[in-house]
Design a protein around this ligand. Structure first.
Ligand SMILES: Cc1cc2nc3c(=O)[nH]c(=O)nc-3n(C[C@H](O)[C@H](O)[C@H](O)COP(=O)(O)OP(=O)(O)OC[C@H]3O[C@@H](n4cnc5c(N)ncnc54)[C@H](O)[C@@H]3O)c2cc1C
Length: 285
């Protein structure tokens, strides 16, 4: 059977992993941190803990339980999911994982840059997917907005196609290879009328750009939706009752899907997504 790759080790991701691995699938979980549970002091409304439990302890127990059943953990950052010759290619800071099915359980965090008219230029010079849109900017000047590993990875994708690429950290300290071309000035707004023309920095200086690729923080549900062409429901990934997205083989669970943002709901979503992903793998391997 091909691998199931799960993005996220929160209650949704771990629950999906438990159901899939116990059904016989080889499972890998990619996660950069503990997600929402790592920020949760005390949980008093989850079944079975009469005195409550800390988020960190619940997270650690879930990870140990999955590890004991043979789930492989990749501690790293996800950059994107692409369509491969034989399934999906999950691109991470630790390399590429090949998957027959993917469960997205990456929580809700979205690190959108606070640039007031950014949304006005979406699709008219502002993109969220280097692999999708780099081609349109051959021979032109583009920027990547971001300051971490995700921005550096989008830069590398663009550089395969576009000569002139600069990373705009928007006032933040760069957390990538210092050899990469970067501009740390804070962006006040974007300029242009019909199409993007450039950026206006705080202080009044300007720079021309034909395209800007947003890669702030880490790739989350919003960026994955843009990259893969996943249908959305508001700011969430749209799924059916089987937690299947519009792309066969890609499922979503937990806070990145509509519904209550609670552990019990995330665990339930994970159970459904893991079970359905397992069925998909059995039918397609
Ligand atoms: C302060 C606080 C208190 C809360 N208290 C309660 C409570 O008392 N009871 C309750 O039921 N719920 C509570 N919640 C909500 C609950 O924690 C969430 O609903 C639940 O954790 C959602 O689970 P999830 O698996 O969908 O996402 P998360 O638990 O957020 O997990 C997301 C996972 O995705 C990973 N990830 C995301 N992007 C990437 C990337 N690019 N690369 C690699 N990994 C990535 C993260 O590292 C993480 O492992 C609280 C939340 C917060 C923030």
């Amino acid at each position: 059977m091909k691998d199931l790759v799960i993005i996220g080790q929160g209650p949704a991701g771990i629950s999906a992993a438990l159901y899939a691995v116990r059904g016989g699938a080889p499972v890998a979980v990619v996660a950069k941190d503990g997600g929402a549970l790592a920020k949760t002091e005390l949980i008093q409304n989850y079944y079975g803990f009469e005195n409550g439990i800390s988020g960190k302890e619940l997270l650690a127990r879930g990870v140990r339980q999955a590890e004991n059943l043979g789930v492989r953990f990749v501690r790293g950052e996800l950059f994107g999911v692409e369509f491969g010759a034989d399934g999906f290619e999950v691109k991470t800071s630790e390399g590429t994982l090949h998957a027959g099915a993917v469960v997205i359980a990456c929580g809700t965090v979205r690190n959108a840059p606070a640039i007031k008219n950014l949304a006005d230029f979406e699709g008219r010079g502002v993109s969220y997917c280097a692999i999708c849109d780099a081609f349109f900017y051959r021979g032109r000047k583009v920027g990547v907005i971001g300051s971490g590993a995700y921005a550096a990875s989008e830069y590398a994708v663009l550089k395969n196609v576009v000569e002139d690429v600069t990373i705009l950290t928007n006032g933040e300290a760069p957390r990538f290879d210092p050899a990469l071309p970067c501009d740390t000035r804070k962006i006040a707004s974007l300029t242009g009328s019909e199409l993007l023309q450039g950026v206006l920095f705080e202080g009044g200086e300007r720079a021309e750009y034909d395209g800007l690729f947003v890669a702030c923080g880490s790739a989350g549900a919003f960026e994955l939706s843009k990259k893969l062409g996943l249908e959305t429901d508001g700011n969430k990934i749209a799924t059916d009752e089987k937690r299947a997205t519009n792309i066969p083989g890609i499922f979503a669970a937990g806070d990145c899907v509509k519904g209550m943002q609670q552990i019990a709901k995330a665990v339930c979503d994970g159970m459904i997504a893991g079970t359905e992903a397992l069925k998909f793998l059995k039918a397609n391997s």
